[in-house]
Ligand binder design. Structure first.
Ligand code: BGC
Length: 253
């Protein structure tokens, strides 16, 4: 079965049909630069272009970098604030005519890692952190997602944690990997103190082997620590996989 997965990010809106049985892309990914400003109207237009590119008629799963409940976006730390209160699922359905399920981007990436990547076969307490412009989080117990946790916004040392420990902070402050790893280590210690996961999966661009090897040696965690396996396809795959509830109403995500 195939579902179109779409991942809305700060720099690109990316999509591809996904084989949700195997967790693989069924066609080459299509990417459009994220419109600036990324208003709901402009982004929904970009989503529509992706739907048209694949001449898609089936269900769509789509990510948003904010908290999402029943299709409605509730927070917008790194996206246009006009998203707050917008029913993203309905806007996409109205524009494209496709049944649409919308969820948080880190939750989607986490779902993909649990089903097809680094968390496969793990039934204990798993925390997925996506590190990029922001820090996204997804928690799983026995493979079941606790959605919308937003742990990037924990207050740590008097500030919003992601503003100091995300990859964008490394770039902004021009930090060598080791110096950034110290910040990230502090953040990991804090989330471990609060949650004590059994496995920590780190996703986002920094999970690519070439980057991972630059800083992972400086990290020490109680939990098992591993990079994500699906990297920049995780959001697309997880969004599509989560949208299977559009076909199987008894599946809840
Ligand atoms: C947002 C989260 C998102 C994360 C990663 C944070 O700023 O609040 O919803 O998952 O960035 O994109």
């Amino acid at each position: 079965m195939k579902i179109l997965g779409i991942d809305i990010g700060g720099s690109g809106v990316k999509g591809a049909p996904v084989d949700i049985v195997h967790g693989t892309l069924a066609a080459e990914r299509f990417r459009i630069p994220t419109p600036k400003p990324a208003t709901p109207r402009a982004v929904v237009k970009a989503v529509h272009r992706i739907v048209e590119h694949f001449e898609w008629k089936g269900a769509v799963g789509c990510t948003i970098p904010g908290r999402v409940k029943h299709g409605t976006v509730l927070t917008a730390a790194n996206i246009d604030r006009r998203w707050i209160g917008a029913n993203a699922a309905r806007l996409i359905e109205e524009k494209t005519g496709c049944r649409t399920f919308v969820l948080n981007d880190a939750d989607a990436a986490g779902v993909a890692e649990m089903a097809f990547g680094a968390g496969r076969d793990r039934h204990d307490f798993v925390m997925v952190l996506t590190i990029g412009t922001g820090i996204g989080s997804a928690l799983f117990i026995n493979q079941i997602l606790v959605p919308n946790t937003e742990l990037g916004h924990l207050e740590l040392d008097g500030r919003d944690a992601e503003s100091h420990a995300a990859d964008s902070a490394r770039k902004r402050d021009d930090l060598p990997w080791k110096a950034w790893a110290r910040r990230f280590q502090r953040y990991l210690e804090h989330v471990e103190f609060l949650f004590a996961p059994d496995l920590l999966i780190i996703g986002g661009g920094i999970s690519r082997p070439k980057k991972w090897e630059k800083f992972s040696g400086h990290l020490k965690t109680q939990a098992d620590l591993t990079p994500a396996l699906l990297q920049n396809e995780a959001g697309i795959i997880g969004a599509a996989y989560s949208a299977r509830a559009c076909y199987e109403p008894e599946v809840t995500v």
